[in-house]
Design a binder for this molecule. Structure first.
Ligand SMILES: [Zn+2]
Length: 253
């Protein structure tokens, strides 16, 4: 593991990082069956593997290919509404032989596909992005840092200084968060709603009116209902509805 330790302790030149990131996106476009431009609308698990192999080749001298004996799985999720990526590592990694370790890198694809849904600046890990592929690369780099931290230290948290140093030295990241368009932001920008607004929607042919409580994949709306199972501190009762964003309307009155 000396190689990983060494490479995470010495900062790479920012210019070198930027050039390599651009090179990787070009090579991915050349070899992928789905990703044909920097703004893409289809992707498979295999593209994530290709992306990893390119990062391995150009950032890590094929260290993973030649030395790492564990397994890395790649998956895409349509259910992640806030995080753009997730690295899943067995809790007892310190007790498992490397060849039996399985770590999964999961990418939340909605955030990437919604890239152009808002006009605002889309920084990922502190770096301004200009395409959905660049956003994917930055999210992926963040997850690679989790992977490396797990392998080196058996634990990983992007809130901590150690992670931030790794991410900064390897990829020039200056932050652990993304500003990609979440459904909440899209709703706010495109539909003009904010949480707490009164909204209406059609439910089985009837117009319902309630309070926009939260937005995940769908909007969560509480509608006053004397038989509802939810109640507020004033004893008012409510029923909770999950409503597709496009069905929301501004409540009249
Ligand atoms: Zn993280």
């Amino acid at each position: 593991m000396h190689y990983l330790l060494k490479i995470t302790e010495n900062p790479r030149l920012q210019e070198d990082i930027n050039n390599t990131r651009t090179k990787i996106s070009q090579l991915l476009i050349q070899s992928s069956d789905n990703i044909k431009s920097v703004n893409f609308s289809s992707i498979s698990n295999n593209d994530l593997r290709l992306l990893f192999d390119l990062y391995d080749l150009l950032f890590f001298d094929n260290w993973f290919k030649d030395n790492y004996k564990g397994q890395i799985l790649f998956s895409l999720s349509k259910r992640m509404s806030r995080s753009a990526g997730l690295t899943i590592c067995p809790r007892n990694i310190s007790k498992i032989k490397q060849e039996n370790v399985i770590i999964e890198i999961r990418i939340g694809i909605n955030l990437i596909f919604n890239y152009h849904s808002t006009e605002r600046m889309k920084t990922v890990s502190g770096i301004t992005t200009s395409s959905s592929l660049e956003a994917l690369e930055l999210v992926f780099e963040h997850e690679i840092c989790h992977l490396i931290e797990f392998l080196l230290y058996k634990k990983s948290s992007c809130k901590n200084k150690r992670f931030k140093n790794i991410a900064h030295n390897l990829f020039g990241h200056t932050d652990s968060y993304h500003k990609l368009p979440t459904n909440t932001k899209i709703a706010v920008e495109q539909l003009g709603f904010k949480l707490g607004d009164e909204v209406s929607f059609n439910y089985k042919g009837k117009e319902k009116r309630g309070i926009l409580y939260n937005i995940r994949k769908r909007a969560i709306i509480f509608v006053m209902d004397k038989n509802g199972v939810y109640s507020d501190k004033n004893g008012m009762r409510y029923t909770k509805y999950y409503v597709p964003l496009k069905s929301l309307k501004e409540s009249e009155e």
